[in-house]
Design a protein around this ligand. Structure first.
Ligand SMILES: [Zn+2]
Length: 212
């Protein structure tokens, strides 16, 4: 899913009362086009005239919309950032960015609510590149009427339906189908319904080089 601000705000409130006893302040949540992270908490450190830290302010929580992740991963990313917020807001001291305190809170949340939070943000571009399982992918590359290129990776059984939909769709100008086992395609969900993921043609090209 690609989250919206409204969705993230609702989830934030829910996890705040569920996992943090409602201790966290509501902070601005913004969407980002960044490729370098999935979620990120930003804030300024407030200092007094002696340069001593007296608090933290201007919190912003950013979630990237570059990746179409399963909903559970979007939620886990949000909770991960909320642990950072909890530590920063309360002025707690941790041994490092994801230190003892962070890990203890993370373990507690995982155990209590059956979540799968990790220290590393899940599914960053580097991690996506590390997913090297060889699987069958049926890939449709579409040229959209607005000039963009879009990808659809689907289950074999869904091909006829998706092909039919695209043929009738005014947004799709033309489509080409490929079969590939390139692990690069692992990052796209296998769709059962026609979904289009805009991609950078230059990034895509090498992965279509030896497909059928
Ligand atoms: Zn983190």
């Amino acid at each position: 899913m690609i989250p919206t601000v409204g969705y993230l705000e609702e989830r934030f409130d829910t996890f705040n009362s569920m996992c943090f006893g409602g201790a966290l302040p509501r902070i601005p949540i913004k969407l980002s086009k960044a490729r370098g992270f999935v979620g990120r908490l930003q804030y300024r450190v407030k200092r007094d005239w002696r340069r001593r830290v007296v608090g933290r302010e201007d919190f912003v929580l950013r979630i990237s919309t570059r990746f179409d992740l399963p909903e559970a991963e979007v939620e886990d990313t949000l909770i991960h950032e909320m642990i950072h917020l909890w530590i920063a807001w309360k002025g707690l001291k941790d041994s490092s960015t994801h230190g003892r305190l962070f890990r203890a809170k993370m373990k507690e949340i995982n155990a209590s609510y059956g979540r799968h939070l990790t220290i590393s943000h899940k599914s960053t571009p580097e991690e996506l590149d590390r997913d090297t399982r060889v699987r069958d992918h049926f890939v449709c590359v579409s040229q959209l009427s607005d000039g963009r290129t879009a990808l659809t990776v689907c289950a074999q059984a869904a091909i006829p339906r998706i092909r039919r939909t695209f043929r009738l769709s005014p947004t799709v100008r033309s489509s080409e189908w490929f079969h590939s086992t390139d692990p690069w395609f692992n990052r796209f969900p296998h769709c059962r319904t026609p979904k289009l993921f805009p991609v950078d043609p230059a990034e895509l090209a090498p992965h279509l080089a030896d497909t059928e």
